[in-house]
Design a protein around this ligand. Structure first.
Ligand code: TRP
Length: 335
């Protein structure tokens, strides 16, 4: 699908590590954009299982288990594998081979100064300070470069990885290109990822255990919304509230924008109590997620279809990757 009809579209490449089921923040911030790229770009979406192993090497089964359910979340959100390419990183060994080759010209100091290296070690502990983890941004570059990805939609935390990627590509082309551009310098497309708060008011994130999962049932969602924090100064029902600091209010903006004005007015005036507001939001949120969850249930029940989608995309991805790798090996005199 991705070839003839989409030949002139920009090549967009992105990926996610299979580390758990996806939540409302992924949907609003990332997956809705992926849906758009299906129609506007020649898009490649990667199941980054090798990247997941860089930190999760002690529990490979968890990564294996998360693979299909992550893809089911993509499909539920409407990302279309007929109009894009879903593939498994470890199923495209050309990516790993490219990492070895580009490793030859990648100074260790460039990898060590990528902020996520020290940052993640501080957060997760020195056990993750492996050779593989040091190479995380290099592997990410290979994900992109092997498909000659031009645009990479990412959040702010990934910008340093893309800067690193561009430097390595420039060095490669300089050393081996003989005046030609063999590898493409990828550009980060900084998406204005909206700040979706979790139920405790911090950014919605698996590591904070504050998420509303796409795979949750309606009762669980309602219970999670009921547990949400609100304006701490709004103690009694009729106390005036401050919507600007309330995570329940923030979620209304994504879930039912046309209702935001009414909630704002009634919260400020004290006419709307938090208990009522949460029960209204839970209902609206379940309604918002219902079509997605219905699709999710269909795909979740059809493992063989999901695996076929991954296998087909991976086969297609491999063909392209092999072409790039051939060019790289020729340039490095490895023919
Ligand atoms: N590092 C990315 C993240 O943590 C995931 C990822 C892996 C990725 N390979 C990629 C993103 C290639 C964009 C392009 O979110």
């Amino acid at each position: 699908m991705a070839s003839a009809a989409t030949a002139k579209r920009p090549r967009v490449m992105s990926g996610m590590r299979p580390t758990g089921n996806l939540h409302l923040g992924h949907y609003v911030g990332v997956l809705t954009q992926w849906v758009k790229y299906c129609d506007t770009a020649d898009a490649f979406f990667e199941i980054a299982d090798l990247h997941a192993l860089t930190t999760g090497f002690a529990d490979p089964q968890a990564i294996r288990d998360a693979r299909n359910s992550m893809v089911v979340d993509w499909l539920a959100a409407g990302v279309d594998p007929q109009k894009s390419t879903f593939y498994l990183q470890s199923g495209v060994p050309e990516i790993s081979e490219l990492e070895v080759l580009l490793g030859m010209i990648t100074p260790i100091s460039w990898l060590e100064r990528v902020p996520t290296f020290k940052g993640q070690i501080e957060e997760l502990g020195s056990e993750i300070a492996t050779y593989g983890f040091l190479g995380y941004p290099l592997l990410q570059l290979c994900d992109i470069a092997v498909f000659r990805g031009e645009f990479v939609p990412v959040g702010k935390d990934q910008v340093a990885h893309l800067e690193f990627a561009r430097e390595v590509v420039r060095r490669f082309n300089y050393l081996y290109g003989g005046g030609e551009t063999i590898l493409v310098e990828p550009k980060a497309m900084l998406s204005e990822f909206p700040n979706v708060p979790g139920i405790d008011g911090r950014k919605m994130s698996k590591s904070y255990d504050n998420v509303i999962l796409l795979s949750d049932d309606e009762a669980t969602t309602t219970e999670n919304v009921r547990r949400m924090v609100t304006d701490p100064l709004k103690v009694r029902r009729n106390d005036p509230g401050r919507p600007e600091i309330c995570p329940v209010f923030a979620l209304w903006k994504f879930v039912k924008p046309q209702h935001v004005g009414i909630v704002e007015r009634d919260c400020r005036s004290g006419a709307l109590g938090c208990v009522q507001d949460k029960s209204d939001l839970a209902e609206a949120l379940n309604e918002f997620l219902r079509p997605l969850r219905e699709r999710r249930a269909l795909f979740a029940a059809d493992t063989s279809q999901v695996e076929r989608i991954i296998a087909d995309g991976t086969a297609r991805a491999r063909e392209l990757a092999a072409e790039t790798l051939r060019d790289v090996k020729r340039a490095m005199k490895l023919t």
